[in-house]
Each structure stands twice: as structure tokens, then as C-alpha cells.
Ligand binder design. Structure first.
Ligand SMILES: [Zn+2]
Length: 662
């Protein structure tokens, strides 16, 4: 822990141009400095540093902040580590609170293991370069596979001799404790004998994010061997296989720069890609991806491209794992290599630019990829087809972003030839099931994003007690009159106006979302239907007729056979109604609705959702009130938990609302 006065001193001392200047070359422009942004690829500088304000801002990608933010972003440091970095630069002594004896011992143990691993990789490297056996067998292997000297050195590759205890003897002789040789897994104790784990293997050191060696992978070279082809260090204090990605330390900067992580399977895949000049590559080392690995990637980029060799069986097996990446809100693309090629062989036979071109041309969005794959497999079999649809919808349903989900469901609907509404209903059902599972699971999940009105189920259903919830004392729908009328009005007046633009599949491609689509999609996904029966009827008309060629929504409604609808339509389309009340009282200058529709539409929706949740909370409050004094603790606890989660959701919505208004 760093105490507050020290933090203040550090921040005051940090000179923004000085700090940024360590990483970016800056040129003075007027009162500011200008450079090429380190966070995105650009040719003309849009990265500005203001010494007077002590901040940086990129007008290309939007990144900005102070010195500490810059270091956190650029060097991927935590807040305290960024402060320590600055303290070192400006020679400020940090008063940190003392570590306990236990903490210290723990730290020493980890450090001892790291130091031993460093000794080990240097030993293996020396063995490969300086011994006859190492040169012939170890180096010979890498050379035969076409790896260049600089790549071998960069990845600190080595060779562990055939002699069964060569390494452990050397380590003991150099003063390393047997305890740590065992703990790192470099040596094995068995029946009073002490021998090497990796003898007769070429060695791939596995690095931590900061580049220290935390474990090893060893590949056996004898073809007659009974032993496993690849052997890894065992789990230890410093090596957690499930939280490690091979190559992450070499890939991290490129991952940020390219805003993409390429995922391959093995060590040599990573090496070959680096050799061809593509550095944003990591390997999951054979295991299917874990949550920790996904989070690790997410620190640097939200885009993952998975490179497969052309074997369909392997691809199918890993489909489930990929759902986890989607669940984290990341974007997954897939590239299948030509049959008979793996990333290693393909990278070796192609130049960097040919490889990049191939990736660019063959990248397929994961959902589309999965749909196509399963579609081919299911053929015309109706049972298989329905299973497949469930599979695909499941992948879509777990995507946290509502609008993205909607776009996918629409696309799947056309690819699968299934009615959109059916898919939306199915997705809502799956989401509800997942949410219920998460909620009842051990510890539950806070589930801020999972918890949406569409999945909310009043708890009372689960009990036999008759619940006398008081009747609401207002007309149904009256509570939401303002928002609902406003939503219908905007849909009717500006059906074609663009509310948002979603990023498309390719760079620079955007998918515009119109007012009509925006409300239809958002409300359908949340299973929201206007409470006012008249508005509900109009909304249904929109759902059914929107997009029908030759239909003008406005004339259709004003000429409706239903007099109530036509009356309402005329009312809402009459000018004079056009300036939204909220913005009228806001200030002297009133922009036309037309200009601010991008703000107006999301704002109304957020306000509508927020009110809906508030209503659910008040229903629960009434129930809690009704149960007080009945000693039904289980029920009340359950209701309170429901209430807490709704409260969280409400906060999220009002935050969204504030963000929009600001
Ligand atoms: Zn930028």
C-alpha cells in the first residue's frame, strides 16, 4: 500500500510530456505536443499532449488521461505499479506499509523459484549451444524446422541432455536447494533418487506477462520413446497452466497495437508466426481455453481470431469453449487453414504479407462460422436441425451486448430460414434459464448484465402461500404514459433516422440502426410491450409492417381502419408536438429533434427501462411488507435478494441515463 501523501507527491512530480515522451516521439505544436498514437495504428498524428493540463488525448481512438493512466494503459500496469514506476523515475521514496512475516516468506519462496527457473533456462540454452549432443540433437531439431537464430534466442529455447540427472546435479552444485528444484518441477524425487523431469527434450520456457520464466514445456525427440511428446512443468506457486498463455509477454504490445489476438494451439505455431513477423499471437497449449486465459487476453484486446488447422473434428470439439469468449463480451473470428496445413507449416511457407492477406480474406465471424458448420452437418434432418438452432441461439443469447445480439439473431434467422420471432423467443428462454442457473449456483453471480427485466420472475410463484399483493391504485400503463407515448411518437415521426452506428464485420464498415429498428429490437429483446393498449396496438403494427416494401408507416397509420389508431397517428404527427419537453426547458437554444434523435431515442428508452424496474421494486416492497411478522424468513430473504438485484439494475440504468444526458 502506498500512502496518500506519497501518491500526491508522485502525481505532482510526474511531467506528462516527459512520461509520454519515454514511449512516444512528440513534436511541439503551439502550446501542445503531437505524436503518433501508441494505442492505435495511424499514419498522421492525432495524439495530443497538453503539458499545462497534464493530460494526453488521442482524437483518433479516444484514449486519454493523465500520466498514471498513460502508464496503466501503455505498460498494462495496475494503479499502484504505475505509481511505483513514476516514483522510480522521479526518485521519490515510497512509504509502503510493512508486509507480514508470512507474506514475506511467501514472496521469498516465489522469488526463489523464479531465480531457479532463470538458472534453468540459461543452463538449457547453454547445453544446446555448447555441447556436442545439444548442437546435434537440440539445435538440429530447431534448424530442421526452419527456425532462425534470432527466434531461438528471443524465445530462450534450449535443450535438456539425455543424462537422467544432468540438470539436478548442476543445480545442486550451484547451490540451489533441492526443495525448490522439486517445487518448480524441474527435478523429481522418487525412491531416494533425484532426477530430471525433462531429460532428452528440447525446452520451451513459458513466460509470465512481465517476461519471467515461470515454467517449461519440453518436447521429446526420440521417436521410439514411450513418453508423452510434450511435457509441461507441474502446477506450482508460480505456474498456473490454466491462467497462462504461451507467448503473452512477446505478444502484448502487438495485441494492443493491432487490437487483436491471434490464438493458435502450440509452441511452434507461435514461433513460426513471430518468424514471419506476426507478433500478436498466443497459444493455449493444447487445453481448451479457460476463463482466466480469456480475461488475460481481454486486458489487451477484445478481438480474438482463432486459427485452426483444417480438421473439422477439432473445430467442432472447441466450439463450446468459444462460447466462453463470447460471454466475456469479446468478438471472435475464426480462420480455417487449408486441409493439411497447421499454423506452423502455413506460416513457414508464406511471407508475412501473404499470411496477413490470407487471414484477412478468410476471417469469419464465429457465429456465422458455427451456423454454417452445423447447418452443413444437420442437412435436412429435422431433429438435428432443431438441435442445431438451439446450439446457435445459445451462443448468441450469451452475448452481453443487446444490440449485437439482435443483429446476430436477425442474421441467423435468414441463414437458417427460421422466423426471427422464434429465435428471439428462444434466446430469451435460454437467457432466462442461464440467469436462473447463475442465480442459484454457488455464491451466485452479481450478474449486473444478466439481470434484465425480460428474465425477471416474481418470486411468489415458487410458494403456495396466497399472496395478497395490493392492487395498484393507478390505471394500468398510466405510470409509463409519458415514455410510451414518446417512444411511439419518435418511431412514427422519424422511422428512418439513424440512432446509432454499429461496427460492422470489416474495418470502417458500419451498420446504421434506424429509430424504428432501434426501438423494435431493444424492446423485443427485453420483452417490453407498451402497457397502454392503444400504444401496444400501434407497436404491433410497427412490428408487422415495418420494412414491408411499398408501405409508408405514416400514411398507413393515419389512414388506419381503426379510428383510435388513426386519431393518435394524426395527433403525434402534428408539428408543434415536435420539440421534446425535456429539451425545451433545458436551455435557451433548442435544437430540432431531428438533430438530437441520437440522444433522444436512447434517453427515452433508458428512462422507460428505469421506471419499469422501479415498478418491480415497489411490487416486491409490497410483498415484503405483507410478509412481515409471518416469520417466513426464507421468503423474505429471497425477496430482499431480488430487491437488491433490481436495485443494482436500476442504478445501472440511471447511470446510463445520466451518461446519455451529459
Ligand atoms: Zn489513438
Amino acid at each position: 500500500m502506498i500512502d496518500y501523501s506519497t501518491i500526491e507527491r508522485i502525481i505532482t512530480a510526474a511531467e506528462i510530456t516527459d512520461v509520454v515522451g519515454d514511449f512516444v516521439s512528440l513534436k511541439k505544436r503551439g502550446v501542445n505536443f503531437l505524436g503518433l498514437c501508441p494505442f492505435h495504428n495511424e499514419k498522421t498524428p492525432s495524439f495530443t499532449v497538453s503539458p499545462s493540463k497534464g493530460i494526453f488525448k488521442c482524437f483518433g481512438c479516444g484514449k486519454g488521461g493523465n500520466s498514471v493512466n498513460f502508464l496503466m494503459e501503455h505498460e498494462h500496469l495496475t494503479y499502484p505499479d504505475a505509481l511505483r514506476w513514476l516514483a522510480k523515475k522521479y526518485n521519490i521514496e515510497i512509504a509502503e506499509t510493512e508486509e507480514s512475516a508470512e507474506e514475506l516468506q511467501h514472496k521469498n519462496e516465489r522469488e526463489s523459484m523464479m531465480v531457479l527457473n532463470e538458472f534453468a533456462w540459461k543452463y538449457f540454452s547453454r547445453m544446446m549451444n555448447d555441447s556436442e549432443e545439444g548442437r546435434t540433437i537440440g539445435f538440429g531439431y530447431f534448424k530442421e524446422r526452419g527456425f532462425r537464430r534470432d527466434i531461438i534466442e528471443k524465445f530462450q529455447l534450449g535443450y535438456s541432455p539425455e543424462q537422467r540427472d544432468a540438470f539436478v546435479q548442476e543445480a545442486l552444485k550451484s547451490g540451489y536447494k533441492q526443495e525448490y528444484i522439486v517445487k518448480t518441477g524441474l527435478g523429481i524425487e522418487k525412491n531416494d533418487r533425484f532426477f530430471d523431469r525433462f531429460s532428452g527434450r528440447v525446452m520451451f520456457p513459458i513466460h509470465s506477462l512481465s517476461g519471467r520464466v515461470i515454467g517449461f514445456g519440453g518436447r521429446i525427440l526420440r521417436s521410439d520413446a514411450q513418453a508423452a511428446k510434450y511435457l509441461n512443468s507441474p502446477e506450482s506457486e508460480i505456474y498456473h497452466k490454466s491462467a497462462t498463455l504461451y507467448g503473452i509477454n512477446f505478444a502484448r504490445n502487438a495485441m494492443v497495437r493491432e487490437d487483436k489476438c491471434i490464438l493458435v494451439e502450440g509452441y511452434t505455431d507461435v514461433l513460426s508466426m513471430h518468424q514471419t513477423g506476426i507478433e500478436n499471437v498466443v497459444a493455449s497449449s493444447g487445453t481448451s481455453l479457460t476463463e482466466d486465459q480469456i480475461r488475460l487476453i481481454k486486458r489487451f484486446t477484445s478481438n480474438v481470431t482463432i486459427l485452426y488447422d483444417g480438421d473439422p473434428a477439432g473445430i467442432k470439439a472447441s466450439l463450446r469453449g468459444i462460447d466462453m469468449i463470447l460471454e466475456e463480451g469479446m468478438h471472435v473470428r475464426v480462420v480455417s487453414l487449408p486441409v493439411g496445413e497447421d499454423p506452423d507449416s502455413f506460416a513457414r511457407s508464406h511471407s508475412s504479407s501473404a499470411m496477413l492477406d490470407f487471414l484477412k480474406e478468410n476471417e469469419t465471424d464465429f457465429i456465422r462460422f458455427k451456423t454454417k458448420l452445423l447447418l452443413e452437418e444437420a442437412g435436412k434432418d429435422p431433429i438435428k436441425r432443431s438441435q442445431m438452432i438451439q446450439e446457435v441461439v445459445r451462443s448468441v443469447a450469451i452475448i452481453p451486448d443487446r444490440i449485437e445480439r439482435t443483429v446476430y439473431l436477425q442474421e441467423c434467422s435468414s441463414m437458417l430460414g427460421v422466423d426471427e420471432q422464434t429465435l428471439f423467443t428462444e434466446a430469451a428462454r435460454i437467457k432466462r434459464k442461464l440467469w436462473e442457473k447463475n442465480r442459484s449456483g454457488p455464491g451466485g453471480r452479481s450478474g449486473e448484465q444478466d439481470y434484465s427485466p425480460e428474465t425477471y420472475q416474481p418470486r411468489q410463484r415458487q410458494y403456495d402461500h396466497p399472496v395478497d399483493a395490493p392492487e395498484p391504485d393507478v390505471m394500468p400503463g398510466a405510470l409509463f404514459e409519458t415514455e410510451e407515448r414518446e417512444i411511439i411518437r419518435l418511431m412514427l415521426n422519424y422511422p428512418d433516422k439513424i440512432v446509432i452506428e454499429l461496427p460492422g464485420e470489416h474495418k470502417d464498415e458500419v451498420i446504421p440502426v434506424t429509430v424504428m429498428d432501434f426501438f423494435l429490437q431493444e424492446m423485443e429483446t427485453d420483452n417490453l410491450v407498451p402497457e397502454n393498449p392503444l400504444y401496444a396496438r400501434v407497436f404491433k403494427e410497427f412490428q408487422e409492417k415495418w420494412g414491408t416494401p411499398g408501405v409508408n408507416i405514416q400514411t398507413m397509420l393515419t389512414n388506419s381502419q381503426d379510428p383510435e389508431i388513426s386519431h393518435l397517428a394524426v395527433d403525434l404527427l402534428t408539428p408543434g408536438y415536435q420539440i421534446s419537453k425535456i429539451h425545451e426547458k433545458g436551455g435557451a437554444y433548442v435544437r430540432s429533434e431531428d438533430q438530437i434523435i441520437k440522444i433522444l431515442a436512447p434517453e427515452i428508452l433508458a428512462s422507460y427501462r428505469s421506471k419499469k424496474v422501479k415498478q418491480m421494486i415497489s411490487v416486491i416492497d409490497d410483498q415484503i411488507h405483507g410478509y412481515q411478522g409471518t416469520d417466513d424468513d426464507v421468503l423474505i430473504t429471497g425477496l430482499l435478494e431480488d430487491r437488491r438485484q433490481l436495485e443494482e439494475l436500476r442504478k445501472a440504468y440511471s447511470k446510463e441515463l445520466r451518461r446519455i444526458i451529459i
